[in-house]
Design a protein around this ligand. Structure first.
Ligand SMILES: [Zn+2]
Length: 214
């Protein structure tokens, strides 16, 4: 990729990733809040869900709110860029196409600070959307951990608890939980019986050999 260095400020790509419930949006908001305190103009984008195109907010548990522009295509970030913007925040980046990688590179090369947040892995534990490329080209990357809902250890995986097999299930957080590597079981998807046994009698099902022993 050709870099067009213009030496305007110090552009960078920062990645905040991890499983569900690891506080990625919290961390994104924390960084954006500090940028605002430093009086830097901030713009935030996220993937449009359904047909809702109006400006929305991303909200942290501490009730900090940031106006956020829903977009369908990564190139809309370039189209909607305001002249004096210094920092770009992008949430849920796993849902975007790989075109996002090029857009982030362009923005950073123009001297902007680009902070992207999202899932690093899907429910099968596979790299999710443009995240692997973003991680590779990032100037800085943070992998956040959640708490494993089975053993209480550090969770790096998002366990799906339904039979849906689409990679993307939007707005269905109740169908997921965070798991550590040893408690994570993507195969659960393949057996409805086992899955239901898990939901109702987790301990017993696990004891019957559903996952590899630790
Ligand atoms: Zn665990």
């Amino acid at each position: 990729m050709i870099h067009h260095r213009k030496a305007i400020g110090s552009g960078a790509i920062e990645v905040v990733c991890g499983p569900m419930f690891s506080g990625k949006t919290e961390e994104l908001i924390r960084r954006l809040r500090l940028a605002k305190i430093a009086k830097q103009k901030v713009q935030i984008f996220k993937p449009a869900v359904d047909n809702r195109y109006e400006t929305e907010c991303i909200t942290s548990h501490t009730e900090q709110k940031f106006a956020c522009t829903p977009i369908r295509e990564p190139k809309e970030i370039l189209e909607q860029l305001i002249d004096n913007t210094r920092v770009i925040g992008i949430d849920e980046v796993q849902f975007f196409s790989e075109e996002l990688v090029e857009v982030c590179e362009k923005l950073a090369n123009r001297g902007l600070r680009v902070i992207v947040a999202g899932l690093d892995q899907d429910y099968l534990g596979q790299p999710f959307g443009p995240m692997p490329q973003l991680l590779a080209i990032a100037d800085d990357a943070a992998k956040l951990k959640a708490v494993c809902m089975v053993c209480g250890g550090e969770a790096t995986k998002s366990q799906r608890l339904t039979r849906e097999t689409d990679q993307v299930v939007v707005g269905a957080e109740k169908h997921y939980e965070a798991r550590c590597r040893s408690c994570f079981d993507p195969e659960l998807e393949m057996s409805g019986l086992k899955m239901e046994a898990k939901v109702t009698q987790e301990g017993e099902w696990k004891a019957s050999g559903g996952t590899a022993s630790k």
